[in-house]
Write a protein that binds this ligand. Structure first.
Ligand SMILES: Cc1ncc(COP(=O)(O)O)c(C=O)c1O
Length: 330
């Protein structure tokens, strides 16, 4: 089955080999879901993890990357062969680099020093051009990543994918991640937990699941230390890919703050301890933002019953963080 909602492309070239994908683009989505064992032993509900790291670019971001590019092409905003510019902490860059390579668009990524060495190397191997900007610069500072990306796009006549403000970002999750979770759980999902970066994942997936369940599914955002999504003051954010230091007035348009019923925070200590336990006890090597989401999910699950089914979106695997955030014995 091809992800037809995302890919209006040509049919398989050889119907006699239905297990063979036309290209890597055909492998985006339809990620597996696994039930937690040891980590969820003390809680009554099933806690299920959707493994978005199994996408070909290694993260959930392959979905919005493909969706944003296809939507822009269809709208005539992205001409054949035109360049794409994005400011990204990493995974969207890898997703755009991968999809850009296969759809014929050069990709320029404006990133911060927090982008892991593995993600930089991966995006570069897919042919993306990398430009470093000041990730700590505020919304009005011309050196902030979005401003730098805007400048480069203007200079080169390139298209800005604007993942923070692009409706095709949450809609990718509305059209694929949400329906997959609904189908994979046989409609039994009662709670969704996801981190919030651009907000695309939680807004699109959460909106779909709420609609599919007649409003029954409860959506919980997972917030890292230092992020204002949880209502606290801005500080250093150590969990890559999630959180914002900007005030509510500057939260991304791709985040629909009306979708989460609540946002819960977890400390960095708990996040990294959860990542290590996931690897050691479940043989699940996941990224730090997944540790955050699982930690919040276990806290939520502690107050629920055996009739509940909690689904956690794991945005990526841990392999991209081995040299830095997850590196070395502790
Ligand atoms: C590792 C990681 N986790 C979580 C997220 C959050 O996803 P979203 O941007 O859809 O909110 C991202 C986004 O870049 C990410 O890179």
């Amino acid at each position: 089955m091809r992800p037809s909602s995302l890919l209006p492309g040509p049919a398989r070239t050889d119907p006699a080999m239905p297990g063979v994908a036309d290209s890597v683009l055909d492998l985006i989505g339809r990620t597996p879901v696994v039930r937690l064992g040891v980590l969820a032993r003390a809680v009554a509900p099933q806690v299920l993890v959707k493994l978005e790291g199994r996408n070909p670019g290694g993260s959930a971001k392959d979905r919005p990357a493909l969706s944003m590019i296809r939507a822009a092409e269809a709208a005539g905003d992205l001409a054949p062969g035109a360049t794409i510019v994005e400011s990204t902490s990493g995974n969207t860059g890898v997703g755009l680099a991968l999809v850009g390579r296969l759809t014929g668009h050069p990709v320029v990524l404006v990133h911060g020093p927090n982008m892991s060495a593995e993600k930089r190397a991966t995006a570069a191997l897919y042919g993306a051009e990398l430009v470093e900007a000041d990730w700590d610069a505020g919304p009005d500072d011309p050196d902030n990543p979005r401003a730098v990306a805007d400048r480069i796009a203007a200079e080169r006549g390139a298209w800005r994918s604007h993942q923070y403000d692009n409706h095709a970002n949450p809609s990718a999750h509305y059209r694929s991640t949400g329906p997959e979770i609904w189908e994979q759980t046989g409609g039994r999902v009662t709670h969704l937990v996801a981190g919030i970066g651009t907000g695309g994942t939680i807004s699109g997936t959460g909106r779909f699941l709420k609609e599919a369940s007649g409003g029954a599914v409860r959506v919980i955002g997972a917030n890292p230390e230092g992020s204002t999504y949880g209502g606290g003051a801005p500080g250093e954010i150590r969990v890559e890919g999630v959180g914002t230091r900007w005030p509510r007035s500057h939260w991304p348009a791709s985040f629909d703050a009306g979708v989460p019923d609540e946002v819960r925070s977890a400390s960095d200590d708990v996040v990294f301890e959860t990542v290590r336990r996931l690897a050691a006890e479940e043989a699940l090597l996941l990224g730090p933002s997944s540790g955050l989401a699982v930690a919040v999910a276990l806290e939520v699950a502690a107050g629920l019953t055996a009739d509940d089914v909690v689904v956690v979106v794991s945005s990526d695997g841990g392999g991209n963080y081995l040299s830095e955030a997850l590196g070395g014995p502790r």
